[in-house]
Each structure stands twice: as C-alpha cells, then as structure tokens.
Write a protein that binds this ligand. Structure first.
Ligand code: G3D
Ligand code: MG
Length: 284
C-alpha cells in the first residue's frame, strides 16, 4: 500500500516561559538548550514523522509554529498564517495561572479563528516535581472540555529538560490530525496578544480595538464602529476605567452578534474580558 503523505501546520500556545520554544527544540533537535534564547518574530520549524502502522501509515511533515514573545513591542503580535490544523496547549505545572489562561485566553484565541481542531494539552516542567502546583487530573479535566465527536484530546506531563513525554505529545497530536478530517482555513491572519506586555487599561483597550478591527474586516471598516461604541459608553481613551471598558467589550460583542457565530462572539468576549480581569488591581 502506498504511504500517504501529509503536511500539517501545528502551533504551540501558552503563556510566556511555559517552555514552548524548549519543547520544539527538544522535539525537533532532541536537545535541550539551557541557555534562554530570546526570540523575536515568528518561527516555523519542520519535522518529518511517521504515524500509524505498516498497513495504514502516513509520512507527515509537521510545520511547527512558535509564537514568540516580542519583548519591547507593546502592540499586539500579528501572525499571518495559513491553515493551522492542530495545537499544543502548554502550561507550566509550577504556575497554576498558566493553566487558567489556556482556558480563558489561548483556547478561545485560536479556536475563534480555526474552529475546532485537534489539540493536546501539555503540563510542562514535569521535572520540577517539588514545585508542582497541578497535575494530570486538572489538565485532563480541561482536555475533556474540548472533546470532539471524533477524538478525545489527551493530556501529558512533559519535560523539555529531560525529554519525558515530549515525543508522545507531538506524536499523539500528529496521529489525531492524521485521523481527523479538519478543513483548514487558509491564510487566516490572527492576533495574539503578548499578555506580558499588557500592563494598563490603556494597553487593554489598544489590544481589544486591534483584535476587534481584525475580526471586523480591518481598520477602515471598524474604526467608525469602534468610535461609536466608545462614545456610547463614555470611554475616555486617555483615562479609561474598568467599568466602561467592560461595557465597551459587551457592546462590541453585541455588534459582532449576528455577524459571527455565537461561539465566536462568546470566545472573543471571553478573551477580551480576560485581559481586563487579569490586570494588576492597582492598574484597573
Ligand atoms: P516559552 O517559549 O514558552 O516562552 P521557553 O518558554 O522555552 O523559552 O522556556 C522558558 C524557561 O523555562 C527557560 O528557562 C527554559 O530553560 C525553562 N524550561 C523550559 N522547559 C522546561 C522544563 O521542562 N523543565 C525545566 N526545569 N525548565 C524548563 P530560563 O531560566 O533559561 O529562562
Ligand atoms: Mg518562546
């Protein structure tokens, strides 16, 4: 039987310093670089894998996308890419808030653009057992919430340092992508906010506006709508307050209602609210 050849785009998502870049390095090069390399821009790495068995196997080329914290850039990170068909959602087992933000931020961010896609959940830094704040139970529960008619996303405790379960996680995702038919949406530009660069309400409004414009067919179409909604809630751009920003977010959701699917509207609202609600209290 001829071997099937498949090419798939996968992306690693999660908060800064959870180990995304280290996991890719471990998987692709099978080594762990202890020296932290600050990377700027977007990076795609290629890896060939064979999944399945002799009777029903496939040679897969994985194009692995790393989202890179653009330190020093205050604005939204814009990634323009086509056809993401699988995602590894990465949290750091020593920091419970990184698990929370997968649910509240990263999953809505990607799913609102790609629709449901195969996912795998990684609790990374498993070697730091003494500092562990959550484990497979919690991660598995999150994975369950995203079960799909055709597959159950799996959870792994990985270590980019020791290599434990890194290949398992990538291969599991590859196998799921081989078996599940997804329709890749082509060339969907996506905004990912580098959350570590969001410090104030002004930053939050910046990001929300950029995100809304992106979903609303660009700056030109969206600007009058944004301006109108800001006036409606009395949002002062130079000095926004928590309450008006929340109202602004709700009103943008109302605008999107009817133009987008209810799921998409909900996810956009969720990730925007996450940004406001996770500011340091004194900056609210
Ligand atoms: P990111 O790409 O998600 O931002 P990085 O994360 O891959 O850059 O990793 C962030 C830090 O976590 C790095 O440490 C890296 O060495 C460390 N790290 C990544 N994976 C593991 C792991 O499995 N175990 C342990 N113990 N550390 C890990 P530094 O200190 O260099 O910033
Ligand atoms: Mg990185």
């Amino acid at each position: 039987m001829p071997v099937e050849k498949i090419k798939k785009n996968v992306i690693l998502l999660g908060d800064g310093a959870v180990g995304k870049t280290s996991l890719i390095k471990r998987f692709v090069l099978d080594q762990f670089d202890d020296k932290y390399i600050t990377t700027i821009g977007t990076k795609v790495t290629k890896k060939e894998v064979f999944v399945g068995n002799d009777d029903d196997g496939a040679e897969m080329t994985l194009l692995v996308w790393d989202i890179l914290g653009q330190k020093g850039y205050r604005y939204t990170q814009a990634l323009s890419f086509g056809g993401i068909e699988g995602a590894l959602l990465v949290a750091d087992i020593t920091r419970p808030e990184t698990l929370e933000s997968l649910k509240e931020y990263w999953i809505p961010s990607i799913v609102s653009v790609t629709g449901p896609i195969p996912m795998a959940f990684l609790g990374n830094k498993a070697d730091l057992e003494d500092e562990r704040a959550f484990g497979l139970d919690e991660l598995g529960k999150l994975a369950e919430e995203y079960s799909h008619a055709n597959y159950e996303p799996r959870a792994f405790l990985t270590s980019a340092r020791t290599g434990d379960y890194v290949d398992d996680a990538f291969y599991n995702l590859a196998e799921t992508m081989k078996n599940v038919v997804t329709i890749a949406k082509d060339n969907v530009p996506q905004y990912f906010v580098d959350k570590s660069e969001v410090h104030t309400l002004v930053d939050v409004v910046d990001h929300i506006v950029a995100d809304f414009c992106h979903h609303f067919g660009g700056l030109e179409n969206a600007t009058p709508v944004v301006r109108h909604q800001m006036e409606k809630v009395g949002l002062d751009l130079d000095n926004p307050n928590y309450k008006t920003v929340v109202e602004f977010i709700n009103n943008l959701a109302n605008v999107e209602n009817g133009l987008k699917s209810p799921e998409e509207v909900k996810m956009n609202r969720t990730k925007r609210l996450y940004l406001v609600n996770n500011l340091p209290n004194q900056n609210r």
